[in-house]
Design a protein. Structure first.
Length: 549
């Protein structure tokens, strides 16, 4: 067996070599529709879909929608959209655990008939007290030895709505002394007089996740049920149900969930961020959700590549957020066209360039892509440059613009700074420069040697745009580690600025990703209108964060 296989691939290859399941591989991604998908789910999606594909198998998308209280069709829709966007195709149709409610009920009846399940009238507290502690055995419920007939009739009554919520549950009859707490007669069904987003009011008993999950896998014939480590201790219970029911033996394999620095992935906490307005919705570009990353401009290929790079482990670890950002940069460096955008503008007047004249210069779209082509950019007497590209008291090694200094305007001419104009407060408001007519890029005959090249846009032609600049949402590596995670929110994670970009971007479509040369990667936001483009900052050009720390 090759060294480079991960442990799941090794398991599958062994199964295939033994002819298990007739050489079939069927995995599934089983989200609960109670929130939006995040980067951790993306990890699970990439793993389930890629591994099945690698071995000629398929993947089901199944909503584990057994809890009517927290679930919603809004989540069902967003989850499908996200999986698709990530680049994966599931077996159609989309599946729902709620479609198995009847089967799950019938299996429960089978277990009752076998004397392996009983109706318990104890209260929730009593049940949890009787369960005992991991170190000492639990106590058996006084209802544990009800007859099969009585159990069947009571369960029927539960189903028909004869009893109040909380007054009865159906429990598996396993072992109250098991060292595994999940095996101490776990609850299979509870009464919930709640409306379900798919089955409506058809049911007033709902299966517990632990009862429904493994059986749903089995109903679908899932060969390799891959999930996160916290379910390892549930596996004996899943196996128990399948064995006692004598149905398809799906097997569960566990891997370490993805944890990432400066990020939270608990759906409960993410919901809190949304509901309390700490962010602007589930798809806020600062959120670790798939929809947030999409809106921020992360390409799906970058996310897939990240998930591939981190691999599958058997032990919990913390992945550095910079690795994801690295993958985003790596992808965008190859694919994003370069454009010029000035984020903190300072006006430059080129005094020896004729007023009212516009010249076109040619700029290459992407030096990393030989087929990327080039575009024309208008050059005129007044241009915007980046404020930080001028320094009045510049050190010797400052190669951008300084009084009497020269710099090349990317794709255009060399200019020299002749005069610095300030307002009453002493702030620099404009530079008067002159240009060298024979220094044009591509046909430079000036003989001038300049070390710096800066970006620029023509004042008369530039588009005024909104740019949303992002920093990490949390300022600590493990938010909530020492208290409330909300206290670790970075108060400066969003800054809105106005910028000027070159006119070629006019009318560019939503979702378009570009590199503002020397500044970073940006993506056109859905809030853009005909009048004004809105950009989200996707990533800086380099990892500025490690420096900041
Ligand atoms: P909860 O069950 O608390 O609502 P969850 O994050 O487990 O939250 P599910 O919808 O049950 O949400 O998850 C769907 C699948 O994604 C599961 O198989 C789960 O194991 C997997 N998953 C969830 N979080 C991560 C993570 N951080 N890394 C890898 N896989 C994850
Ligand atoms: Mg879960």
């Amino acid at each position: 067996m090759s060294e480079s296989l991960n442990f799941l691939e090794q398991i599958i290859e062994t199964d295939l070599s033994e002819g298990k399941h007739d050489g079939k591989v069927l995995t599934r991604f089983p989200p609960e529709p109670n929130g939006y998908l995040h980067i951790g789910h993306a990890k699970s999606i990439c793993l389930n879909f890629s591994i099945a594909k690698k071995y000629g198998g398929n993947t089901n998308l199944r909503f584990d929608d057994t809890n009517p209280v927290k679930e919603d069709t809004e989540y069902v829709d967003s989850i499908q959209q996200d999986v698709e966007w990530l680049g994966f195709k599931w077996n159609t149709p989309t599946l729902f655990a709620s479609d198995y409610f009847q089967q799950l009920h019938d299996f429960a009846v089978v277990l009752i008939e076998k004397g392996l399940a009983y109706v318990d009238d104890s209260t929730q507290e009593e049940i949890s007290d009787m369960r005992g502690k991991p170190t000492s055995p639990g106590t058996e419920s006084p209802y544990r030895n009800r007859s099969v007939e009585e159990n069947l009739s009571l369960f029927e009554g539960m189903k028909n709505g004869d009893f109040e919520e909380g007054s009865k549950v159906l429990r598996a009859k396993i072992d109250m002394a098991s060292p595994n707490m999940h095996m101490r007669d776990p609850i299979m069904y509870r009464i919930l007089k709640a409306h379900h987003h798919r089955t409506g009011d058809a049911w007033c008993i709902y299966p517990m996740y632990d009862y429904a999950h493994g059986i749903s896998d089995s109903i679908e014939g899932i060969t390799h049920s891959i999930c996160t480590l916290e379910f390892e201790v549930h596996r004996p219970l899943y196996d128990w149900f399948l064995e006692k029911l004598e149905i398809f033996p799906s097997r569960q394999y566990e891997f370490a969930r993805l944890n990432m620095s400066y990020t939270i992935m608990s759906k409960r906490k993410l919901l809190k961020l949304v509901e309390e307005g700490h962010v602007n919705g589930w798809d806020d570009p600062r959120m670790p959700t798939v929809s947030g990353m999409r809106r921020k401009g992360y390409p799906p290929a970058a996310i897939r590549n990240f998930c591939d790079k981190i691999g599958v482990a058997k032990r919990e670890n913390l992945i550095d957020l910079s690795l994801l950002e690295f993958c985003v940069r790596e992808e965008l460096n190859k694919t994003a066209p370069r454009v010029m955008g000035v984020l903190d503008p300072l006006k430059v007047t080129i005094t020896n360039f004729p007023e009212g004249k516009t010249e076109e210069v040619e700029v290459i779209n992407n030096p990393e892509n030989p087929d990327g082509g080039s575009r024309k950019m208008p050059f005129s007497r007044e241009i915007w440059i980046e404020r930080a590209d001028f320094m009045e008291d510049a050190p010797r090694k400052f190669f951008r613009l300084k009084p009497e200094g020269m710099v090349r305007l990317k794709g255009a001419y060399i200019i020299q700074c002749d005069e610095v104009i300030k307002d009453e407060s002493g702030e620099v408001v404009e530079l008067k420069c002159s240009y060298f007519e024979n220094s044009r890029s591509g046909s430079d005959e000036s003989g001038l040697k300049v070390k710096g090249t800066i970006h620029w846009v023509s004042v008369a032609d530039a588009l005024s745009v909104e740019v949303r600049m992002y920093d990490r949402l949390f300022s600590t590596e493990e938010p909530g580690k020492d208290g409330d995670f909300l206290d670790d929110i970075n108060p400066d994670s969003l800054k809105i600025i106005n910028a000027y970009v070159e006119p070629a971007l006019k009318g560019v479509e939503e979702g378009k990703r570009v590199q503002f040369m020397r500044k970073g990667y940006y993506c056109v936001d859905q809030d853009s209108s005909k009048e004004k483009l809105v950009f989200n900052q996707t990533a800086t050009l380099r990892d500025n964060w490690s420096k900041k720390k």
